[in-house]
Design a protein around this ligand. Structure first.
Ligand code: PAF
Length: 281
């Protein structure tokens, strides 16, 4: 496996790979890899001849009061893990390599952003879309891998790929869970012992909501009430949001057909956990 820090070197390598007619899978990350990222790598390894993982903590997607500087980083460990999972290249530029001064063009995401987590993070998805556009142009992948744990990000990226007609397939990878159903997340370590025991209730509650819809329930209020009551019966954590939307549009379900998502965020003392479940009707 080779680490690449410079865009010129990346371009040379990609141009050689393209000449050889090999397919490229891209796994974009901000590093500090966990099992969720490794699952993305596994899928990419299976589907493509060449696998590129990017590790770049993207300042554009952090708000002024967010933790860009404090965001956890561990390049040495990440490189080892990426190599173990079979990545061919890790593209890890520094900020000045990716952004030379003030940008003259930025991307503004106009749909799917004023709901769920995007509601409290104005501009976040503009930063995500901008960095991904650059990565798509540089790496020229046929397939790009994203975890469904951040279903809103996947929805926004689908919009980006469709609107800009990138010749790229977005591959959503199912959330990796602990045995008791809790979605794996770097934030789980911030849960107290008691909260860790309670946290799987989030997934259980989403499953209940899904079952209700599958049984034919169509009243949003009734479905949300059941999910909320299940969460509050199992934990003192505060529900930040609980929404049911058409997916990937993230609008109210109209005809109850196609893909539906139930998504929630719950605040524990030191950790805010998000989770979701999707179903096809
Ligand atoms: O999900 C992430 O880690 C980031 O939002 C991404 C897709 C790598 C863009 O910086």
């Amino acid at each position: 496996m080779k680490k690449i820090e410079k865009i010129t070197e990346l371009r040379q390598i990609i141009s050689q790979v393209k000449k050889e007619g090999k397919t490229i899978g891209l796994v974009p990350t901000m590093g500090f890899l966990h099992n969720g990222h490794l699952e993305l790598l596994k899928h990419a390894r299976k589907d493509n001849e060449i696998v590129v993982m990017s590790i770049f903590v993207n300042p554009l997607q952090f708000g002024p009061n967010e933790d860009f500087e404090a965001y956890p980083r561990n390049m040495e460990k990440d490189l080892l893990l990426a190599e173990q999972e079979g990545a061919d290249f890790v593209f890890a530029p520094d900020v000045s390599e990716m952004y030379q001064g003030e940008p003259s063009v930025t991307i503004k995401v106009t749909k799917r952003v004023d709901v769920l987590c995007g509601k409290s993070r104005p501009g976040h998805f503009d930063g995500v879309a901008t960095v991904l556009t650059k990565l798509f142009n540089l790496v020229q992948p046929e397939k790009v891998y994203f975890g469904m744990k951040d279903a809103q990000q996947v929805a926004v990226v689908r919009g980006l790929v469709d609107d800009f007609q990138f010749p790229i397939e977005i591959v959503p990878v199912q959330t990796v869970r602990e045995n008791d159903g809790l979605a794996k997340s770097s934030r789980n370590v911030y849960l107290s012992e008691r909260e860790r025991q309670e946290a799987p209730v989030l997934h259980k509650a989403l499953l209940k909501g899904k079952a209700l819809i599958e049984q034919g329930e169509r009243d949003l209020h009734t479905i949300k009430k059941t999910v909320e009551e299940t969460i509050t019966a199992g934990t003192n954590a505060e529900i930040d949001y609980l929404e049911i939307y058409q997916y990937p549009e993230l609008t109210e379900p109209k005809n109850w057909s196609g893909e539906i998502i139930i998504a929630a965020a719950v605040k524990f003392t030191k950790a805010r956990l998000i989770d979701n479940i999707t179903l096809e009707l």
